[in-house]
Design a protein around this ligand. Structure first.
Ligand code: T1G
Length: 696
């Protein structure tokens, strides 16, 4: 038959088994094989069973084929062909039946699944919509409401719910092929009719305009979910074939967008970011017992993430009271998971009971496999802690620091085992935020790096390799685009206009709302730390210091750039801020000017991309995709834009470099073009070329 489709006949049933690891994606070979096998079955069987080999049914169209010239048979045509078959067609689902995979199943006349199977149409997460009949067939089975929910959210639905929704006809545990053959044979023996969904009536209409408006708002600029609403609307308003044509038009519309490129880049980058060539074959050290030093917000969050990933945790604090408070924070974090049903009461009791130990003596850490320090961001404090760890921890224990900017090489040098020291930079709240910067110091051993990534995987984090510099990848780039925002404020823009413009661009929050959330005292401490060595040409505003001197640290004090009322979401602009800004401009003789939202975004992104290009050029980030994942998972960058460097490629590097050169005419110090950016423009290359491994 074909390499990817095997063919067997059991009784009256021809079994078409797909073997295309890792996820049976519907590559051209699979589509061709299925089409050929259908033809063969129609010459000798009474029914067809489609089943997947390995861990899953079909995870969708082969995304790696996107953008390449389409090859027949096309997936929509294959689905129509399967549905039109004179034979009874049954699909037996296990693992994931997603996207084109569910569409193939919907083109069958009956669907059975094992209880652990999941079905879904997650195409919107790739910037597209189901393009092989899913928007026309699913609503005919489930009704418009349920179909809109599944298609616009892209969520995976379990077998029990899918049975209730009418997507599945039968759920039975066992080997998917055996269950499928038995089920198909029963249908044949019962004389069950073919049931092509295309012959079913369209779904009752709903208020599609209202759904469209709501989905568009929730998408914060992402197009695919809202566009998918119009496709489902067609299922309700048009005959089946016209609906398919409408789906195809909308599918092609989305395929032509930058968002599709951004989201598909994010899909593959998310899977590539933790795969480092230099770690191939390097075994991580075993980690079952973790130590955490410091039980503040960060320490408690890290301990919570460790407990949730199945590790035992010993948390060290300086006093009994502090240890008690730390336990309170951890229990608070875990009760949230309990309340959301993510944890059972038994699991909660186990995690807060035998899995968690609070201690005030360093010897409690002597058996830990890995210790993360999350104490005050002061080098002398760090060195003191690592000195003590060096004294008590067993040989081979991994010693990690959660510092967000201090020199990990210097911390490592304060121990007798620098090869065992690594930076593990979590983001607050550490049990929620997906990003983990794995900061590799000069002497960090490869198996210690591998251990950092293994821990990240166990904690379901997006782990990104970062080199040692002030702020590593994320905070270093943040300080650049934040500085650019401060410059625009001195020159005439307002923090509120900047926040609104970046929200419109798709960020979850603008930089000043983020600063209020993180705490203005952090930035203040940073400015004080850097002041002694600051280059006099650097433009640094004074008003943020005035705000902090007045005791305004943002959300934690109820006032910062915004004023926060208890129980209310978000804040309202704090008028004192504009007064401080106006006074500073006057004092510095600056005549404020107008900024358009477009210019604000252009400058902000240019600063981000320029610093990111330096970070890649210096090898702090190994690949541009490392930067993209860092900003998406740690800094609220809109995923549908693919990350700052993907955005830069899609926007055009020559134009961006020209902008930077233009901006340099008024501030040559800040706007020095990154050498890597100049090189790529000179050579007509892109950041994506570097992702593909083309050397610098
Ligand atoms: N095409 C190509 N490669 C795929 C793939 C796909 N659809 N899905 C996964 N892979 C690769 C992935 O890159 C990785 O490769 C490996 O498989 C394991 O994946 C017309 C057009 C199925 C839930 O959006 O959500 O159908 O890194 O690490 O965590 O309507 O993969 O090992 O080299 O993610 O166990 C719609 C996408 C497509 C589902 C498994 N389908 N996949 O998760 O493993 S568009 C999707 C997933 C479509 C039609 C349209 C997940 C998974 P590598 P993994 P996992």
């Amino acid at each position: 038959m074909s390499e990817v489709i095997s063919y067997e006949v059991h009784g009256d049933v021809a079994v078409l088994r797909i073997t295309n690891p890792p996820v049976n994606a519907l590559s051209h070979a699979v589509r061709q094989g299925l089409s050929d096998a259908m033809g063969r079955a129609e010459s000798e069987a009474k029914a067809v069973l489609i089943v997947g080999d390995g861990r899953t049914f079909i995870a969708g169209a082969d995304i790696t084929e996107f953008g390449k010239p389409p090859k027949d048979p096309w997936l929509p045509d294959l689905c129509n062909r399967i549905e039109a078959s004179p034979l009874l067609v049954v699909a037996s689902l296990h693992g994931a039946a997603l996207g084109g995979g569910l569409e193939v199943a919907l083109s069958a006349h009956y669907r059975t699944a094992v209880p652990t199977a999941r079905v879904g149409l997650p195409e919107v997460h790739l910037g597209i919509l189901p393009g092989a009949g899913g928007t026309q067939r699913l609503p005919r089975l489930t009704g418009a409401g349920a179909a809109l929910d599944m298609i616009t959210s892209g969520r995976h639905v379990g077998a029990a719910e899918a049975l209730k929704l009418g997507i599945l006809d039968h759920v039975e545990d066992g080997d998917p092929q055996s269950v499928g053959v038995a089920y198909a044979q029963t249908l044949v023996d019962q004389g069950a009719p073919r049931r092509p969904i295309c012959d079913m009536p369209g779904p009752e209409p709903v208020d599609f305009d209202a759904v469209h408006a709501d989905v568009l708002k929730k998408g914060r600029g992402q197009l695919s979910p809202a566009t998918a609403v119009r496709a489902v609307q067609a299922a309700s308003e048009l005959p089946f074939l016209d609906g398919l044509r409408r789906e195809r038009d909308l599918f092609n519309e989305l395929m032509a967008t930058d968002q599709r490129h951004g989201l598909i880049h994010a899909f593959f980058a998310e899977r590539a970011v933790s795969k480092l060539p230099e770690l191939k074959g390097v075994e991580p050290r075993p980690v079952a017992a973790m130590g955490v030093i410091g039980g503040g917000t960060m320490g408690a969050g890290i301990a919570t993430a460790a407990l949730l990933s199945g590790l035992t945790v010993t948390l060290l604090e300086m006093s009994e009271d502090a240890a008690k408070a730390a336990r309170g924070r951890i229990e608070g974090n875990l009760s949230g998971a309990l309340a959301r049903g993510k944890l059972s009461q038994d699991q909660y009791d186990m995690l807060t009971g035998q899995a968690l130990t609070l201690a005030t003596d360093y010897t409690a850490l002597k058996d830990a496999d890995l210790v993360v320090e999350a104490v005050f961001e002061e080098m002398s404090v760090k060195k003191d802690v690592f000195g003590k760890l060096d004294g008590v921890c067993k040989p081979g224990a991994v010693l990690a620091t959660n510092t967000s900017y201090l020199d990990v090489n210097e911390i490592a040098a304060s121990t007798s085992r620098p090869q065992d020291v690594i930076g593990l930079h979590f983001f607050s709240p550490a049990h929620v935020m997906k990003l983990l910067e794995v900061v590799v110091a000069d002497k960090t051993a490869p198996d210690v790096v591998a251990t950092g990534f293994a821990l990240g995987k166990a904690m379901r984090k997006i782990a990104v390799r970062a080199g040692v510099c002030d702020g590593f990848i994320g905070n270093r780039i943040l300080s650049a685009y934040r500085a650019c925002a401060d410059h625009m404020i001195l020159d005439g823009a307002s923090p509120y206009q900047i926040d609104a413009a970046l929200l419109e661009f798709g960020f979850a929050m603008g930089p000043f709302a983020v600063a209020d959330l993180a705490g203005l005292d952090i930035g203040w401490a940073g400015r004080k730390r850097l002041a002694p060595t600051r280059d006099p040409r650097e433009r640094v505003p004074d008003y943020p210091d005035r705000l902090c001197e007045a005791g305004h640290f943002g959300q934690k004090t109820g006032k910062g750039y915004y004023i926060y009322e208890a129980g209310k979401r978000g804040g309202v602009p704090n008028p004192e801020v504009m007064d401080l800004i106006t006074a500073e401009r006057a004092a510095k003789g600056i005549t404020p000017r107008e900024f358009s939202d477009q210019e604000i975004v252009r400058r902000y992104m240019a600063a981000m991309v320029n610093e990111a290009a330096r970070v890649v050029g210096e090898g702090i980030a190994r690949r541009p995709l490392d930067v993209d994942m860092t900003l998406i998972f740690g800094y609220g960058f809109p995923r549908y834009r693919g990350g700052p460097l993907k955005w830069a490629d899609l926007t055009g590097l020559p134009e961006l470099l020209k902008d930077i050169e233009t901006y340099a005419s008024t501030d040559a110090y800040f706007w020095q073009p990154a050498p890597l950016l100049q090189e790529l423009v000179r050579d007509g290359r892109s950041f994506d070329d570097l992702n593909k491994g083309q050397p610098l």
